[in-house]
Each structure stands twice: as C-alpha cells, then as structure tokens.
Design a protein around this ligand. Structure first.
Ligand code: ZN
Length: 366
C-alpha cells in the first residue's frame, strides 16, 4: 500500500482511507483466500467486483458483470419506452434510430475503448449480443423468435459488437498504440491517412465484416433473400418496416406453417387448401390473394426492399392480406368460442339437474 501511496503522492492524488478496496486483477492466487493488503491500521476490504468510472469489473479483469449491469439498464430503459414503442404503431424508424444511436448505443457502448478487446472472448460477445437483442426486439415490429442477426439487418445499423471494436481501434490509432491483432484492420492500411479518413476506413472494413458474417450465418436465411447486403438497408429512404411486412421478410409471424411448428395451430394448411401456408405461399402463390397481388410472381426477392414502388406494393399487400386473415381467424375463433361456452353451459346444467333434481324441481322444467 505504501508503494501506491508514494506513487499517488507523486501525481498529487490522495488515497481515501475509507473508500479504498482491493481486488485481484491478474495472477493465480487462490479464489477462497484473498490477499491481505494493509492500509494503516486495518486491512483493505477485499471485493470480487467493483465499479470504477461507470464500468464494472470483476476479479482477474472479467468484464462480464459490466454487461450484466448494462443488460439490466437496457431492460429498464426499453420498459420506459414501451408505451410508445409498440409493434403496430409508434414513432418512425428515423426517430427510433435517433434514440438508438443517442441513447441505447450510448449506454451499451460506454467505455468500449476499455473493453473492446474482450469481445474476442465468446462469452463477452454473446453478452453484448444479448444486450443488443433486448433493444432491437423492443424497437422493431418483429416476432420474439426472429434471430438477433436478422433483427440487426432489419434495423440497418452496424451491430454493437463491431461498433465497439471500431471505437476501440480508433482510440488506439489516435493514441499511437499498437492495434489489436484481431484481423479486422492492419496498421499499414491506415498509414498516411487523416483522422477522418482513418475513421471512414475502419468502419468500412467493419461493415464488410458484418456483410460477410451475414452471408455465412445459418440464421435469418429468409431475411437474407430479401436483404443480402445489410449496408444497403441504411441507405434506403423509403424503408419503414411494419409488423405485417416483417412477417414475410422474416418468415416469423401469423402464418399457419410457422404457428403449426410452434404448436399454436392444428394444421400448417392454408385456407385455400395448400399444404403449407408459409411466407412464399402468401407472397406469391396463394390464390385467395390473387387480386391483391400487383407484381409479377417471378420478381426477384431482392427488389422488394430496393425499389420504392415495389416496396410500397409489398407493404400495402401485406397489410391487406393479414387484415383479411385476421378477420377470417376472428370468425373461426369467435364461432368456436361461442360453441365452447354453449356446450359447457349445457354440460353444467345437466350435471346440476342430475345431482339435485329434488332441490329445484321447477328450475329446469322438462
Ligand atoms: Zn393459400
């Protein structure tokens, strides 16, 4: 402790007698017998995790508790926004993106310059993705079962994992430190560039990494057919996803094939008699919606997002189709419901009649 106090004295700092704690940052000392550090008359209290300048760190520089804290903070934040962030209505995507970058990303990426190297570890990467999933699910009109990768693409913003790496690399470059050897960018690629050019170059590279990851993953393959290049989504000014349209873009939604796979329907069949009511069937095949369909069925899927007129057609079509489906569903459901109530009532009356015929002989005249 004297060493620390001497060093602190040299840089005009004082060590607090009451607030100071100690924690093991590295080494192989026992977990169960923490080291004793004398601080004047007493030992420094030992902690397994501590918060310093807003970043929570656990023993042996484990950053996982930090992301657990961030996750709780994001759950609380999205809960506060739930009143306006609804699946069927809410602010425009443009406004949502302002919150995304100014609020949610700011919370999640706080201190990224310190912890960005940790993302190489699988459990930290998964922790960051879990945080991102909470927010993307809350702000996009998607089903809970859609993969995180597909949600990120539908949002059209660089995933937090890569944003954190970008910020970290930029910070290291500005401070003339060695770049991490993570294969994203080499120091030689940034030579003789201005700071602004460096930033552009770094984020260009990371967007390429995102595109490659999106191509190689096994999740969200239907969304991939519509949007193979995630960078493009960000540039589309007409893009403003609605819930019904996202059913088709993700193949997750109110379609019998999807619902049947999750035991929410008795059959995957469509009302038209086709064996599978899935996104392809609704989009291009189902004869029930022939009159609503205003494009050529051979239209490449990639065009639906890229061209504003076709995108508008898709949006209108999805809204109408799922409204029709819902009306048919309500008819079926309400009829079933009424039958259920009627049958239950008859059943109870019969039991009542058979059990207590002598109590109320005139209640149910035969
Ligand atoms: Zn059909």
């Amino acid at each position: 402790m004297d060493v620390v106090r001497d060093w602190a004295g040299g840089v005009n700092l004082t060590v607090s007698e009451t607030k100071s704690v100690c924690m093991l940052l590295k080494g192989i000392l026992s977990n169960t017998r923490p080291p004793w550090v004398r601080n004047g008359p007493r030992n420094l209290p030992y902690q397994k995790r501590t918060k310093y300048l807003g970043i929570t760190v656990a023993e042996r520089l484990n950053f996982l508790p930090h992301f657990q804290d961030v996750r709780l903070r994001l759950i609380k934040l999205t809960g506060q926004f739930k009143r306006v962030l609804r699946k069927k209505w809410g602010p425009s995507l443009r406004n949502i993106k302002t919150w995304w970058s100014g609020l949610f990303s700011a919370v999640a990426l706080y201190g990224a310059e310190v912890w960005f190297r940790e993302i190489e570890k699988g459990y930290i990467r998964r922790a960051v993705e879990r945080c991102q999933r909470i927010v993307t699910y809350a702000i996009l009109p998607v089903c809970r079962t859609v993969s995180t990768e597909a949600m990120q693409v539908l949002l059209g913003e660089l995933p937090w994992r890569l944003q954190a790496i970008g910020r970290g690399i930029l910070y290291e470059v500005k401070n003339y430190r060695d770049l991490p050897n993570n294969g994203y960018i080499g120091a030689n690629e940034l030579e003789r560039l201005t700071n602004k050019q460096k930033k552009t170059k770094i984020f260009e590279k990371l967007h390429q990494v995102w595109t490659d990851d999106w191509r190689d993953t096994t999740n969200g393959r239907v969304t991939y057919l519509f949007a193979p290049d995630p960078r493009k989504i960000k540039t589309l000014t007409h893009y403003a996803p609605t819930m019904e349209e996202v059913f088709i873009l993700t193949s997750h939604g109110s379609m019998n094939a999807y619902l049947y796979g999750r035991n929410l329907r008795d059959t995957p069949e469509c009302d038209c008699g086709a064996p599978n009511e899935n996104w392809q069937h609704i989009l291009n095949e189902c004869p029930l919606y022939d009159e609503l369909r205003t494009w050529d069925p051979t239209e490449p899927l990639i065009n639906f997002l890229n061209y504003s007129t076709l995108y508008l057609k898709l949006k209108t079509y999805c809204a109408n189709v799922f409204e029709l489906r819902k009306m048919r569903g309500i008819d079926n459901a309400s009829t079933k419901y009424l039958y259920f109530i009627r049958n239950t009532l008859f059943y109870l009356i019969n039991i009542y009649k058979s059990s207590y015929p002598y109590l109320h002989p005139n209640l149910f005249p035969t």
